[in-house]
Design a protein around this ligand. Sequence first.
Ligand code: ADP
Length: 829
Amino acid sequence: MTRRDQQQLLVAELGRAALTGATVPELAARAVDTVAEGLNAVRVALFERQADSLVATAAQGWSVGETLALDADSPIARAYREADSTITETMAVAPVRGEGDGLAGVFAVVSVEPVVPDDVVFLRSVANLVAAAMVRERAESRLAFLAEAGRLLGESLEYDVTLSTLADLVVPRLADWCIVDLVEDDGTLQRVAVRAADPGKQALLDALHREYPPVAGSGQPAAQALAHSAPVQFSEFTPESLRETTIDDRHFELMTQLDPRSAMAVPLVAQGRVLGALTFAWSESGRRYDPSDTVLAEELGHRAALAIENARLYRSELEAQRRIAFLVEASDVLASSLDYDETLTALARLAVPRLGDWCVIYIVGPGGVIERRAIEHAGGRQDFIRSVLEAHPIRPDAPVGVPAVIRTGRSELEAVASPISTASDVEDPEELASALGEIAVRSTMCVPLIARRRTIGAILFVSAESKRVFAESDLRLAEELAARAAVAVDNSRLFNEAEQRAEAAEALDSIADGVFLVDTGGVVKIWNAGAEAITGIPSAEVRGRSPGTVFDGWDEIAAVADATPRTVPATVDGRELWLSISGVPSSDGMAYAFRDVTADRQLDRLKSDFVATVSHELRTPLAAVYGAAVTLAERDFTDREGLRRDLVTQIAEQAARLSAIVDDILFVGRLEAGGLRLEPATVDVVDVARAAVEAARIRAAGAEVTLRAVAESSTIETDAGRLRQVLDNLLDNAIKYSPNAGPIEVRVDEDERWTRLAVSDHGVGIPAGELARIFEKFYRLDPHQTRGVNGTGLGLYVCRELVERMDGRINVASLPGRGSTFVVELPRR
Ligand code: ADP
């Protein structure tokens, strides 16, 4: 067998071993044996590339682990560098191809015999078999890795767990350190995970994360991968390429310490959407990335992107659920009380700490004043905050802050806030900011409370101790909370008002004064029980209509009704009343209060009537008595006995008249005090009338007074004396008010029920409009007695009082200038 045949046989055997699934180390060991046998070698080794060296991984003659620098001046290193086989006299080196263009290593052999080209062919065949096994194994391990990665990444839907799993997969297997950056909704990059095998590098990465957050569009590998939506590889990182990917000296210095020798970044793409980028770096291990790594990294990136997307969806789903749960809870809490202040407190408690470390609820009070109504702090420092804020009233015209939110109804988000920005809506922002300095304000948001399209206030949420930065999503949640809160706050306010109104209405109905409310549309809204009682018109008939439907001439009344009560005449339902009315503006229109002073008015007039009448009535006889007495005292009446007697008679008569007036007044007093008792007996009315007529004839000398009785007698049970008093009064009036001394007639008749006494004259008569009033106390048609007829205005009043006490009634019919007839009817039984 030729050497060549033997070599072919050996290669075939090795090929079989490769096919039967020997592992790469096993195959490498056999290959070393094969080469040793086929080439009669003294030294054989497989040198594999590891970092900057070639390391013997299987050997005979050389020892395993034997290391050669890549740039060493040796045929082995040269063959690797040149990626071609080399032959010296007794040495042959063949390349072991790796994936892509690179070499995985070289096979080197030193023989006792000179090496011929056929030997090199044999060596290359062996090297190729090993290379194929290596490639296959790497491919298999990559597949296994990707399968494992897919499984691990799919294991959890938790966002943080997913990111940490990804970092675990990458370090140390695919990198010495790695970085995960994600693209935010606004296009900015957010570094979400860093991981380093070396704890010292972890600290450096954290510093990098803090000081040099990733910037979209920069030279950072992640940014480049994102910009091209394709992997980028820096297989050899040099100080120059490091410069290019850094921003400034400090960045460069940090990166130098991190010492990436080789790096790559792949975009994280899921369902066509670029979520972020994954950056890998080999550092202290000295390894290099080759193009096959890019493929693996891309595949891993693809799986990771799917997992991140799922975790994101899951997280936003969870977040949505949490938001809903929070809002549901908020609705429950807000609905649990209708008490205004309780509602505000509950709202503040809800907001903290879910939506901030402290919060302030502002309410627009009367006159547009913005009041801080509730303050809550997660750490229980609300009293401190309240005391600080209270010293600083809000400037209602501030262009930013709470007043602006209330004015515009639009929220404000200050993601990066400071005490000074938070204090921008008070008179002295610096002072408030320094007072607030103790509380590290980080981020603020302010949302309006809008109910029934009116902004009723605002809520300010402040992030401080938690260092949380508010995002748009927080603002949305705050707005949702505010929307619910505004309704609850509005409801409790309405309820409070309604309660107060109900109390007020109850109070209104318990007072005797009439109270009514006229709204801005001129319509009656409230009409209390007092108003019903005074006017006799029920609330239901007035509400919703103009007060003019109750009071004739309402406009004139409304014109004078102000805070000071005024007495005005008013006609209500045909009745003439005197009302004392006042009106004050209320929030919804005008509130009027009135009382019926008709009786007072009458009393007033009565008093003045009394004074006018009685003083005149008393003065006239008194003057006469005085004059007569003075004459009697001063003059000598020795020879004038007649005159003296006349004067004395005059005094006696006037005194009698005075005493009659006093008697009348005293009698009325007795009547009204209830001190008069009738003494009924069987009385013949005709007899009484006859006696009265006779007496009248004597009193009024020359007057024609007649009696006409329908029956001979008419007896009833009554007080004869009081009946006579009535008749005397009526006859006196008939005489007094008949200046032409016309005939006077008294008629007596009866029917089954009544005995009737009528006194008729042909005197001055009484105007129709006065007929009802002449029976009033002190009422006289001519109070100042211009006609020269005396009287106190008590006669007819006494008549009516007496007749009514006799269970009878008295009426009058009269024609001015023609005479009057007064009729007294007394019951027969
Ligand atoms: P007086 O003392 O004034 O008569 P009265 O109470 O008796 O008081 O009567 C009240 C008023 O009624 C009188 O002032 C008078 O104007 C009117 N009056 C009463 N009787 C007559 C009558 N017979 N004819 C006309 N007027 C009368």
